[in-house]
Design a protein around this ligand. Structure first.
Ligand code: NAD
Length: 500
């Protein structure tokens, strides 16, 4: 029975934080806040051998879960949404502390997970097949969608709860069991909170195991003979490796990878509105979002005014520790990531780009000097293909501006990347915007919007280095987490049709 009556007790007590792997071969780990390194809590880590243990429990639990009615599954999902809602402040805080999130970052992830749970509850009751014309007299045929069995889900640190929910929820809704390996750095907000919410909601034991651990635990999940589908969200390099292991095992891999997304400003754009959208698209969670605007392609007549507006707005932002002061820019996930971003900026400047803002903290908040991973909002102009700021996914608060002379050149520049996740086009003419979007090989394109957009009912995913063509969201989740079985029924045994 669901246990939402426990709403007043914290969602995660010490036992839930330690998890089932406490004291096991994987050891333990102290979660820390990015930047300050302040300890948050200790968690138990899974070892590779725990994957098989969890997989066997999942196989055993999945069979009866797949036989439950859609209403029974929907009830559990709605109850899990209610548990998260009742503990939204606590969960948002776990997410903010582990990710270094500023302001409403954590609350936004909780809201997204709740939406995902309600969408999953509805997905459980969607039609699960089609009637097919018989291929013989007296034959009745249908194609039915069948849960794949056990789904392995591997997720990154940047939006840990939202991205875990995006795969875990539809997989469970469609009758599967799930083994979830969150990134170690964000294993509480990206895993343990979901497991606790589902446990309180009455999800039968064994159906969802959280396996916080290093890359080897992820690889064991991919290699396990018990996982039928792997849903991976993370870097292109890791996606490539997971895709090749899964391919060798003839296993479906749903890969959601990095991006280098163009934010295009045509000559007739509403400039102040475009600047607003651009700031959100490049600075949300310090640019550590796969859909972040990584390249700003701006018509040459607007480029200087656009750049000046960005610099003026960004120069006023406060950088520092979001746990001790109200700041707009907090630390990146770790010092390594900040060094990587600094390298991309320095190499681009060395290659001829102009640094218009950034390179050192601006108006720093209390304690900022002691933080690792703090990188200031940065604006580069004169960025061209061949420079790292144009060619690479930056994953930091950097805005590289590239100017163009006409729409043809803008399309060429937008397409000058092997990534294919998202794009935004700003123009006063929606028809022109649509025509531009039609020429982009990206999984998503938004006219007068942001490169960052997502909802549980839309097809989310990319092409090229951004993914292998699978989509998550809505009915596309059915493609990811079920297979199709063709069933025929004859009214009575009949002689086979003549061959040839
Ligand atoms: P990452 O690939 O380093 O790690 C992601 C997850 O994979 C972690 O849980 C990690 O432990 C695990 N992992 C690492 N090596 C593994 C291996 N060999 N086998 C199995 N698991 C392994 O990615 P990251 O740096 O943590 O995340 C940032 C990246 O994720 C960026 O490139 C970003 O664009 C991408 N991302 C994509 C989307 C999307 O929807 N397309 C969303 C968010 C983030």
């Amino acid at each position: 029975m669901p246990d939402t009556g426990a709403a007043r007790a914290p969602l995660l007590d010490a036992a839930a934080l330690a998890g089932p792997w406490a004291g096991g071969r994987g050891g333990s780990r102290t979660q820390t806040e990015p930047g300050s390194g302040r300890p948050i809590a200790g968690i138990g880590l899974a070892a590779t051998e725990d994957v098989e243990r969890a997989a066997l429990a999942a196989v055993a639990a999945q069979e009866s879960w797949a036989r439950t009615t859609c209403a029974e599954r929907a009830l559990v999902l709605r109850e899990a949404a209610a548990v998260l809602a009742a503990h939204s402040d606590e969960v948002a805080d776990w997410v903010n502390r582990e990710t270094g999130g500023v302001g409403a970052k954590g609350a936004g992830e909780v809201a997204a997970a709740i939406e995902e749970l309600y969408a999953g509850a509805a997905l459980a009751a969607e039609p699960c097949g089609e009637l097919l014309p018989g291929s013989a007299p007296g034959q009745f045929g249908y194609a039915r969608r069948v849960p794949v069995g056990v789904v392995g889900v591997i997720t990154p640190w940047n939006a840990p709860l939202r991205l875990a929910a995006r795969a875990v929820v539809p997989a469970l809704a469609l009758g599967n069991a799930v083994l979830l390996k969150p990134d170690e750095q964000t294993a509480i907000g990206g895993g343990l909170v979901l497991a606790a919410a589902f446990a309180r909601a009455g999800l039968p034991a064994g159906l969802l195991a959280v396996l916080p651990g290093p890359a080897e635990v992820g690889e064991a999940l991919v290699a396990s003979e018990h996982t039928a589908v792997i849903s991976f969200t993370g870097s292109t390099a890791t996606g490539r490796r997971i895709g090749s292991i899964a391919g060798g095992l003839l296993k479906r891999a749903v890969l959601e990878l990095g991006g280098n997304n163009a934010f295009v400003v045509l000559d007739d754009a509403d400039l102040p509105a475009a600047v607003d959208a651009a700031l959100r698209a490049s600075l949300a969670h310090n640019g550590q979002i796969c859909m972040a605007a990584g390249r700003h392609l701006v018509h040459q007549d607007l480029a200087e005014e656009y750049t000046a507006a960005l610099v003026e707005r960004l120069a006023r932002l406060r950088c520092g520790d979001p746990r001790v002061a109200e700041v707009a820019i907090g630390p990146l996930i770790n010092g390594r990531q900040a060094d990587r971003v600094a390298g991309i900026v320095a190499d681009s400047v060395a290659a001829g780009a102009e640094l218009r803002l950034g390179g050192r903290p601006l108006d720093t908040g209390p304690g900022a000097g002691t933080l690792t991973g703090l990188y200031p909002p940065t604006v580069l102009t004169g960025v061209r293909p061949g420079m790292p700021a144009f060619d690479e996914e930056i994953f930091g608060p950097v805005i590289p501006v590239t100017s163009f002379a006409d729409d043809e050149e803008a399309v060429r520049l937008a397409r000058a990347t092997a990534y294919g996740l998202s794009a935004a086009i700003h123009t006063a003419d929606p028809v022109r915007g649509r025509a531009f979007a039609d020429r982009l090989p990206t999984g998503m394109a938004h006219v007068n919007g942001s490169t960052i957009d997502d909802a549980p009912h839309v097809p989310m995913g990319g092409l090229g280095l951004s993914g292998n063509g699978h989509r998550s969201g809505g009915r596309w989740n059915v493609e990811a987490f079920t297979f199709t079985q063709w069933v025929t029924v004859l009214d009575r045994p009949r002689a086979p049709r003549k061959a040839g």
